[in-house]
Design a protein around this ligand. Structure first.
Ligand SMILES: NC(=O)c1ccc[n+]([C@@H]2O[C@H](COP(=O)([O-])OP(=O)(O)OC[C@H]3O[C@@H](n4cnc5c(N)ncnc54)[C@H](O)[C@@H]3O)[C@@H](O)[C@H]2O)c1
Length: 448
């Protein structure tokens, strides 16, 4: 239900501040944004409640100023996700939400959240301010663009897009409709990652020469070439799961979690871990709103047959306009980036930071040096952006450019060519074959 304050509804206010329409000396009445005021609340709908959807839902639900009012998943509820014990889908999600809010009520009873199979019904509600989009990669662009069009803020999982064309359309929609989008590249909200990037940006390792990264190997059996179609389980809307992807017979390994290793739905480990790692690389290099100018395969491998057809051995090299190289080597533990400069190096991974010389770790970034956006909680940063109207730490352009590095690499590895990329025009130079891979046809009736 809409609440009125000074004839401006809470949602109008959220929208107007984001779009920069209301600015000082607008005085915010306590009834609108008082810490404990009900009108301070951001109503959230969660789209996709699988493996990561559970994490996103809880991360948003446990904030003081949010209320999860709706959950949506094309799966009613089942096992068969990343681990054998996970029971996920929309009904389990509804239970987490109801249980959480019941615990906060004196009566211990809460039955307030709504459940949807079709995200379009959730997006049609005008009491929802923000959505999380935690669906497989082939289902990021359409819900995001539709959410933006209906004035909803978006927390969209990484990789932002399935293709570079989708990412560009998402950027345009978010900016056009003046909403906030936070990309789910949460490693930016880690102190060590930010500090690593600040060291590099402030010249502590001298002139940067190259960045070495490793994404690891997915380790999945790629020989599922003997797989047979299986009946669609009861309660699973498989046609809507496929959505804009080409029609294909059902098999459980096609869908939950392992969708990431089929090119119709994702880009393999290049986009899975790469969306995080190249995000940090571009943050450190200061290229987060542009991209490399050249990218080439260095001997990658793809499975010859089977359900999982994404690259199994990732090996490529990219070059930026200032001649800094990004090299992604196969193997390794995955999720590492090592910035090498003329005077030292900085090595960052998910949990640690190493520097050479070691004393770099004790460096203090001075007040007149480059300080990057500070966030220690990616979801909090998203919600604060909705209220303040400033960009979040991983805005749509940045999410798009980080995903673009992954997509460019996959295209170069697929074509086994050295490709020349124009990051301003977002097209390959004199290469029609590569340009054809910037988008994918969408199955009717879906379109961007
Ligand atoms: N930021 C991170 O660290 C991180 C970690 C894991 C996954 N992710 C991202 O999260 C996304 C989901 O990955 P996952 O591991 O949770 O996959 P998953 O298969 O476990 O869950 C996806 C869920 O989305 C549902 N779904 C599919 N199409 C839908 C639609 N049209 N509407 C509503 N629900 C739909 C599925 O039924 C499933 O329950 C991926 O893009 C992945 O890259 C990010």
């Amino acid at each position: 239900m809409r609440e009125k304050a000074n004839k401006v509804t809470r949602r109008d206010f959220l929208r107007a501040t984001t779009a920069g329409v209301l600015s000082a000396p607008w005085i915010v009445p306590a009834s609108v944004f008082g810490v404990n005021s009900p009108s301070n609340r951001i109503n959230v709908g969660c789209i996709g409640t699988g493996n990561m959807g559970k994490v996103d839902l809880h991360g948003l639900m446990h904030q003081d100023d949010t209320q999860i009012v709706a959950v949506c998943d094309v799966n009613r509820g089942s096992y068969g996700y990343k681990t054998a014990t996970q029971f996920l889908g929309r009904e389990p999600a509804r239970k987490w939400v109801d249980r959480y809010y019941a615990g906060k009520k004196r009566s211990g009873i809460y039955k307030g959240s709504d459940v949807y199979n079709d995200f379009r019904e959730l997006l049609a509600r005008d009491d929802i301010d923000a959505v999380s989009v935690t669906t497989p990669d082939h289902w990021h662009a359409i819900p995001t663009i539709m959410a933006a069009r209906s004035g909803k803020h978006i927390y969209c999982q990484k990789p932002l897009s399935l293709t570079i064309a989708e990412g560009r359309a998402m950027v345009e929609a978010v900016r056009r409709y003046g909403v906030v989008l936070q990309t789910g590249t949460q490693h930016r909200s880690k102190e060590t990652m930010r500090f690593a990037c600040e060291l590099v940006r402030n010249g502590r390792i001298g002139q940067v020469k190259r960045v070495l990264t490793s994404l690891g190997r997915h380790g999945l059996r790629t020989d599922i070439n003997t797989w047979q179609p299986t009946p669609v389980p009861d309660g699973f809307d498989y046609d809507l799961w496929l959505g804009p992807a080409p029609w294909a017979p059902h098999h459980k390994s096609r869908c939950f979690y392992t969708f990431r290793f089929s090119q119709d739905y994702s880009g393999g480990e290049t986009t899975n871990t790469g969306a995080h790692m190249f995000d940090i690389v571009q943050w450190g290099l200061g290229t987060e709103r542009t991209g490399p100018v050249e990218i080439e395969d260095l001997g990658s491998e793809f499975p010859e047959t089977g359900l999982f057809d994404t690259v199994s051995r990732i090996h490529f090299r990219a070059r930026y306009a200032n001649d800094v190289e990004l090299i992604c080597t196969p193997g390794g533990i995955g999720g590492t980036a090592r910035f090498e400069g003329t005077e030292g190096s900085v090595h960052a991974d998910w949990s640690s930071l190493r520097t050479n010389p070691e004393s770099l770790k004790d460096t203090v970034i001075g007040p007149n040096e480059i300080h990057l956006h500070k966030s220690s909680d990616h979801k909090r940063d998203f919600l604060d952006s909705i209220k303040s109207g400033r960009d979040p730490i991983a805005p749509v352009e940045v999410g798009h450019r980080s995903a673009s590095v992954c997509h460019l690499a996959n295209i170069a590895m697929k074509l086994k060519q050295k490709l020349h990329w124009d990051p301003d025009q977002e097209c390959f130079i004199n290469n029609d074959e590569a340009n054809c891979l910037l988008s994918k046809p969408l199955r009717s009736p879906w379109h961007l």
